[in-house]
Write a protein that binds this ligand. Structure first.
Ligand code: AKG
Ligand code: FE2
Length: 355
């Protein structure tokens, strides 16, 4: 007869790990079992295939939308993602934010813990929030910012927290402006005009909208083939603007192609269609399923700006895109409500909203 206590330990309790507890990933020589995922497919799909531009999300020049718009439409329909160049955000602003993010993740682990995200909190340092939904942990650390990070920055750098806050404020402003611009590019490609979206504010510049800045760090990994930086997910945003450093890692999934690595392009930003834009478009633009793989050569950093609607806005398929042949696929939902659903249902959150 097995011992009672041992019985208890043997009962699988996959989601009862201390997922919200941070671990110092730099302290491991070998991949701990808590981070070892079972994988049956190669991570580097795109590398094993002939490189051809049509097999990657396109790089779109925002200074040449006359030619570029058809690529935007095609990318939104097929990939749910694309890269942009000449986007108007200066290298200086991006570099400054990247340096700020590096200085944060380079702090001693004990110091970073002072800015740890609290149990039910949204902001601060820690493992990516979705960790608690999975039996294994991810090979990444994150820092989430909504509005000003000053409360946490003060704890991280008691002497000089303003440099981090200033970089963040400037980056968020630039990202919000660019997100508004991208929203209209994408919406116009669907035939939507300023009158169709009340929550875009009186001037149509999305003033009442908000964003979340998610900084991600992926330390060098002792066994990348069994680890994952961030597991497959779609973003719970309207759209996400992502800066990745020189080290690749981001992969997008496309039916018929499999997992495809989005190569870092100097000065470019990646744009992901999020779940809320998928709803607005009444399903014609898919939100992109993506993940992050890790490597044993070089640390990787990314900065994701998740752009979303104002809290009181109900997001539903745009009436111009609905007719008797195209009934609305989703019921209305606010961003906050959707985030709550995503936290519980994850892969099933979108289908739970379907009529
Ligand atoms: O690190 C990346 O390239 C992607 C990060 C990401 O998907 C996210 O923060 O939602
Ligand atoms: Fe993402």
């Amino acid at each position: 007869m097995p011992h009672k206590l041992a019985d208890g330990f043997e009962t699988p309790q996959p989601f009862h790990h201390h997922h919200n507890q941070s671990l110092d990933l730099n302290s491991f020589q070998d991949l701990p079992d808590s981070h070892a995922w079972p994988y049956s497919e190669p991570h580097d799909y795109s590398l094993s295939r002939e490189k051809s531009h049509s097999k990657l999300p396109p790089v779109i020049d925002l200074n040449d939308l006359v030619n570029g718009l058809k690529h935007v439409v095609h990318a939104c329909k097929t990939w749910g993602a694309f890269q942009i160049i000449n986007h108007g955000v200066s290298n200086r602003v991006v570099d400054r934010m990247e340096d700020a993010a590096k200085s944060l993740f380079n702090l001693p682990f004990e110091q970073k813990l002072k800015a740890q995200r609290c149990e039910d909190g949204a902001v601060g340092y820690g493992p990516i929030r979705i960790s608690s939904l999975f039996p294994k942990r991810m090979w990444s650390e994150g820092f989430t910012i909504v509005g000003s990070p000053v409360q946490h920055a003060r704890k991280l750098w008691p002497e000089d927290y303003t440099a981090f806050c200033d970089a963040t404020e400037e980056y968020q402003q630039e990202m919000k402006k660019l997100a508004g611009k991208l929203m209209w590019i994408v919406l116009e490609s669907l035939g939507i005009t300023k009158e169709d979206i009340q929550w875009a504010g009186p001037d149509g510049e999305f003033g009442p909208c908000g964003g979340v800045l998610q900084l991600n760090s992926y330390p060098i990994c002792p066994d990348p083939s069994r680890a994952i930086g961030i597991v497959d997910h779609t973003d719970s945003s309207l759209l996400t603007i992502l800066h990745q450093t020189n080290q690749s890692g981001l992969q997008v999934f496309r039916e018929g192609f499999g997992w495809v690595t989005v190569p870092p392009v100097q000065g470019a930003l990646v744009v992901n269609i999020g779940d809320l834009l998928h709803i607005l478009s009444n399903g014609s633009y898919p939100s992109v399923l993506h993940r992050v793989v890790v490597n044993r050569d070089q640390h990787r950093l990314s900065m994701a700006y998740l752009f979303g609607p104002p809290n009181n806005a109900e997001i539903s398929p745009l009436s111009k895109l609905v007719d008797r042949y195209h009934p609305p696929l989703y019921r209305p939902v606010t961003w906050t409500e959707y985030l709550g659903m995503k936290a519980k249902l994850f892969y099933e959150a979108l289908s739970a909203l379907r009529h």
